[in-house]
Design a protein around this ligand. Structure first.
Ligand SMILES: Nc1ncnc2c1ncn2[C@@H]1O[C@H](COP(=O)(O)OP(=O)(O)OP(=O)(O)O)[C@@H](O)[C@H]1O
Ligand SMILES: [Mg+2]
Length: 421
């Protein structure tokens, strides 16, 4: 029998937590049998690797493995998806179709989010579990199948039974053995380990140096509730890896990526993966653009201050936090240069006329902000286009391109990385 360590390596499972090890050990133990298994645990704890382990270690490993997300299939078609249908069974059924239970004969079916199954489908499933029998939609012929079922859920099944959304008899049939995966907040010693692994994966993926956490940042990760568990930690690692220029991540920085930090109340968990998953590059670019927009707004505020008060050194002092936010590390080079430039301009004395001009300007800004929302995407395209063209014109020489674009070489380098040019 393969060791727990070897299984973890084979299936890319990170962590040394005792409860996690016990769950993997249980999966190994039940794999040679046909016992039905129910994998439970909060959203994002890694339930999907358990049925894969069970299938791969069983005598069914040469048979099919089909994972079905019961929550994602519309109620009207789920019976036909699972059990197949006869030609003419319903409008649009132009030919006979085999369902997953027929196709996966001698294999394994993973029923993810099983709590979402409609009650009528639950009746059909119960029959398969009891004697391997099923009937295609629109048919009267009983068929046989030999399928191993592993199900998973992140909802409280007892609640669902109480609300009569899930059949109690089916629950007991499905959960002959229950494998529970612990939430991340109970696996403190794995949190930093997982973060380091994800950070190193994303550094490779985006061709950037790996981010490192300060001790203070690690403490914050350990204290955090992680309602989205490992999926959320992975998303945080990805966002930090892509967005932070300073590759040493302080406590202050990491806080920006942890919603509801400081609150031990359970946060509202959004179960929709498409919203919480930070997986596509497009979303990352959106985030980058939104951050750029926020920098732009901060710059507007700062410019307004300078227009009102001139190059008064108090402006620098009063807006220290803004300056730090916008220029960060680059403050020395870029900000000093920017201030120098401003000082060269002769800024007129503050007059009442000017107040009017400023309020007019503010009105204009207000309008500008409204249209800015719609233009975000084309703005991004234009910026990309400008950078590309300038680099082409100067045969890839960054110094010349940066001068032409009016940005520092360092900013240009960052953008080349950011847009993967
Ligand atoms: N121990 C682990 N090591 C490395 N990655 C992990 C681990 N556990 C989970 N992951 C990763 O976390 C993400 C979420 O895992 P998974 O999809 O299995 O969650 P789940 O428990 O099925 O959640 P849900 O109930 O929302 O479907 C996946 O990208 C998975 O690869
Ligand atoms: Mg899942």
């Amino acid at each position: 029998m393969e060791s727990i360590q070897a299984i973890k390596q084979r299936f890319g499972i990170i962590g040394n937590d005792q409860k996690l090890n016990r769950s993997i050990e249980k999966a190994i133990q039940v794999s040679p049998t046909d016992i039905s298994v129910l994998v439970t645990g909060e959203s994002g704890v890694g339930k999907e690797s358990i049925p894969r382990i069970i299938h791969q270690l069983s005598h069914r490993k040469h048979g099919k493995y089909i994972a079905v997300n019961c929550g994602a299939i519309p109620e009207g078609t789920i019976d036909s998806e699972l059990f197949g249908h006869e030609k003419g069974a319903f409008t649009g059924a132009t030919s006979t179709r085999s369902g997953y239970f027929e196709v996966a004969d001698e294999g394994t079916i993973f029923l993810d989010e099983v709590g979402e199954l409609p009650l009528t489908t639950q009746v059909r499933l119960l029959r398969v579990l009891e004697n391997g029998e099923f009937i295609k939609v629109g048919s009267s012929k009983v068929q046989k199948t030999n399928v191993r079922i592993v199900a998973a859920t992140n909802v409280n099944m007892f609640e669902a039974i109480k609300k009569e959304k899930f059949r109690e008899d089916l629950y007991y049939r499905l959960s002959t053995v229950e494998i529970n995966l612990p939430p991340l907040r109970d696996r403190k010693e794995d949190i930093h380990l997982l973060f380091r692994k994800f950070a190193s994966d994303f550094a490779l993926k985006y061709k950037m140096p790996t981010v490192k956490l300060t001790d203070e940042a690690v403490v914050l990760l350990l204290k955090y509730r992680w309602n989205g568990n490992i999926r959320q930690l992975r998303n945080v690692a990805e966002q930090v890896s892509v967005l932070e220029q300073n590759r040493t991540i302080s406590g202050n920085t990491i806080q920006n990526y942890l919603p509801n930090i400081g609150s031990n109340l359970p946060a509202v968990v959004n179960n929709s993966k498409s919203e919480s998953d930070f997986s596509s590059e497009r979303e990352i670019l959106y985030k980058v653009l939104f951050d750029m927009k926020s920098d732009l707004n901060d710059l507007k505020k700062l410019t307004m201050e300078l227009m009102k008060k001139g190059s008064d050194s108090d402006v620098q002092k009063d807006n220290e936090h803004l300056i730090q936010k916008i220029y960060g590390e680059e403050k020395d080079e870029e900000f000093e240069a920017a201030v120098e430039d401003l000082e060269v301009l002769s800024i007129p004395e503050h007059t009442e006329d000017m107040d009017e001009t400023i309020s007019e300007l503010e009105d204009k800004y207000h309008f500008a902000e409204e249209i800015e929302e719609e233009e975000t995407l084309s703005l991004h395209d234009k910026e990309l286009e400008l950078i590309k063209k300038s680099l082409e014109r100067h045969s890839g020489k960054r110094k010349l391109a940066a001068a032409e674009l009016g940005i520092s070489e360092r900013t240009l380098y960052r953008k080349i990385k950011q847009f993967d040019l």
